[in-house]
Structures are given as structure tokens and as C-alpha cells.
Ligand binder design. Structure first.
Ligand code: PHE
Length: 358
């Protein structure tokens, strides 16, 4: 396989032109080792449609890791609908796109199920659900587990607690493991980021907030947080922890030397611009919790409620389990003197091979 070191090893990728929208509909199925593939549906603008394919490839591979590390019996998948720059997404067009996505998923005969992601909501899952049964997170009145953002936020905060225990809390901390007094920058205040900011504020953290949408400053004012209109300023702020909560690729080789935080933990998918950034962060003594660990709360909730038919209380319990997972990763990374990324990858490999060997 020399020369193929970057080949992500997908089982299959469907690319088709939406009959209604005329847009490229990409469904990437990375793995079915642990179960049928699943992952959200992203509707986003790209300079080139091929960038959307690449996004689907990377995001679906990350979903395999997310499910495996969370101990869930699903494989990684992702749908990307690539809109051209400047494309005007009217409600009628959105409906057509969602039906195109539903038809594409239905053609896969149960090998892939979708859920909400950037650009789609639980209500959109109802529209996709008009063409296929393979959808998670429809609102409760439609028989689904609804918005997964609160669970994703809770999962990231659970991961943050494990990291806070390690950092020893902030200046005003009175006991190990609390978030009180810790300085935390949340970069991106969408449905998940805004919830994380609220949870951290309740827990007594000192916040620095940022979003490219200037109207989000109201949230910062409401929480008495420091505001940065520029996400880069928040990423490089003098804080204990940075929480990436927007689109991926924010951790570049160029930004690593400018970071002033001690740890990075957040729900954004695919945070590293290139995998080597994990090592560069480690070399600077910055603990990076892999995104697929810190963002797993949403899928943990959806799968626990919709597939395992457990109660919401049980789902919350499982989401809180992310704290123990991260504590375990921190421990073994220390023991072996390697990055969290390396021990997390090892955990994923073990889970996948345990099944493959059966
Ligand atoms: N956007 C979710 C994620 O990246 C995708 C998802 C949520 C899939 C819920 C299924 C159910 O984890």
C-alpha cells in the first residue's frame, strides 16, 4: 500500500445528481464492521463540488472512530450535499434537496442511516423521512429522539470535566475536577456551542466567546463573557482551555505556535487541518482531546434512545460516561508518553478488530 498512506479505506461512496436539485449528493460509507453505517447529513457550500466529496470522506471516517470509541454498534457514514458558492437555498430548494437525499439513502437498502449535521435540523429529518425510514433525530412527535445538540453539548462538557481534573481547575478552584474559575474560550456559538457556553457559565467558568455571526455577542453579554468577533483571536486567547465548536480544520500547523491554552476539547468534527497537528500540540504540552471523543454525545443519545430503546435518563448517563473515557485516555497517554490521539486511535483499532476477529 505504499503511496496509499492517506487512503481512508471506505467501503463504498455513492455520488449522484439529485433528481430535483441537480446538486451532487454524496453518501460516504466508511465502515460496517460494527454495524450499518450512520452519520449526519451536511448541506453546505463548497468552492468545488469535489471538496464536498472530500469532506464526506473525512467526516465519515471520523464517524467510524466516534462510534467505535463510544462503544456503539454502528459504522461511520456521512452525507454531504455540495452547494456552489452563492447558491440561494430557498425553502422549496431545501425540500427538493432533502427528498433527493432521502431517495439516495433509500437506494442503499439499510446500509446507511442519517441524522442532523451542519445545515440540517430535526425537522429536516422528517422531510428526508418522507422518502426513507433510515433517519435518526426526528422530533419526538414524529417518533424520533429529537435535537441531539443538548446531548452533544453535555458530552463535550463531560470531556471538559476530565480535562479540568487533570489541569487542576482554575485559579479560584477549590476542589479538583471542577470547572469553576477555569478560563475557557468557546469558538463557535451555534446550537451546540451556545449550549456549551451556558453550561460552562453555570459551572462557574470564566468565558471568552466568539462567532463569525456578530449577533451572537448578545449571548456573550448575557453571560458576562469576553467577546471576540475574530475566531482566531479566541483560539489564541490566554485561556486554560479552547473549545472548538464550529466547522473543522481550525487547528492548523500555523496556529499551533500561537496557542496559549493548556488543552483543546470541543465538539467540532475534524478539528485538525492535518493529522500531524496532534503531535505538534503534544510537543507544545497542549492536551488535545480527539474531536470524535468530545463530540460523541449526540450519537450516543440518538442510538441509546432510538435503537437500544433505553430511557433518556440512561442516555444521559451514557453521555456522562465520556468523562470516564477521557480520564482513561489521559491516564494511558501519560503512562505511555504518547498523545491522546494515539491512545484513542488504539482504542478504536481494538474495538474494530475485536469484531473483525469474531
Ligand atoms: N452530526 C452528528 C455527528 O457528527 C450526526 C448524527 C447525530 C448522526 C445523531 C446520527 C444521529 O455526530
Amino acid at each position: 500500500m505504499s503511496g496509499f498512506s492517506q487512503w481512508p479505506g471506505h467501503e463504498a461512496v455513492l455520488i449522484r445528481t439529485g433528481a430535483r436539485s441537480g446538486l451532487p449528493i454524496v453518501v460516504a460509507m466508511h465502515s460496517s464492521t460494527l454495524g450499518p453505517s450512520a452519520g449526519g447529513c451536511r448541506i453546505w457550500r463548497y468552492a468545488r463540488w469535489q471538496d464536498g466529496v472530500e469532506d464526506a470522506l473525512r467526516l465519515s471516517a471520523a464517524m467510524t472512530a466516534k462510534f467505535a470509541a463510544a462503544g456503539l454498534a454502528r459504522g461511520g457514514g456521512k452525507t454531504v450535499v455540495a452547494m456552489p458558492e452563492g447558491y440561494e437555498l430557498t425553502p422549496e430548494r431545501k425540500r427538493g434537496i432533502l427528498h433527493d437525499v432521502g431517495d439516495a439513502i433509500e437506494s442503499l437498502e439499510g446500509r446507511y442511516a442519517t441524522g442532523p449535521d451542519v445545515g440540517t435540523s430535526p425537522e429536516d429529518m422528517v422531510v428526508i423521512g418522507e422518502r426513507t425510514s433510515q433517519v435518526f433525530c426526528k422530533p419526538a412527535e414524529f417518533g424520533g429522539s429529537g435535537d441531539s445538540s443538548p446531548a452533544t453539548a453535555a458530552g463535550s462538557v463531560a470531556a471538559l470535566r476530565a480535562v479540568a481534573a487533570r489541569l487542576g481547575g482554575g485559579a479560584a478552584d477549590t476542589g479538583a475536577g471542577t470547572l469553576r474559575g477555569l478560563r475557557i474560550a468557546v469558538v463557535g456559538l451555534g446550537s451546540v456551542g451556545a449550549r456549551i457556553a451556558n453550561l460552562l457559565s453555570e459551572a462557574g467558568a470564566e468565558l471568552v466567546l466568539s462567532d463569525i455571526d456578530a449577533s451572537k455577542k448578545t449571548l456573550a453579554d448575557g453571560l458576562a463573557a469576553q467577546w471576540h468577533a475574530d475566531p482566531r483571536a479566541a483560539l489564541t486567547a490566554d485561556v486554560d482551555v479552547v473549545v472548538p465548536a464550529a466547522l473543522g480544520g481550525v487547528l492548523t500547523a500555523a496556529i499551533v505556535p500561537e496557542l496559549r491554552c493548556r488543552a483543546i476539547v470541543g465538539p467540532a468534527n475534524n478539528q485538525l487541518a492535518v493529522p500531524e497537528v496532534a503531535d505538534a500540540l503534544h510537543a507544545r504540552g497542549i492536551a488535545w482531546v480527539p474531536d470524535y471523543i468530545a463530540s460523541a454525545g449526540g450519537v450516543i443519545n440518538a442510538i441509546t434512545v432510538e435503537l437500544d430503546k433505553r430511557t433518556e435518563a440512561e442516555a444521559r448517563q451514557r453521555v456522562r460516561g465520556i468523562e470516564g473515557t477521557v480520564a482513561g485516555l489521559l491516564q494511558s497517554a501519560d503512562t505511555h508518553g504518547v498523545t491522546l490521539a494515539a491512545v484513542a486511535e488504539e482504542l478504536v483499532r481494538e474495538r474494530l478488530s475485536a469484531v473483525a476477529d469474531r
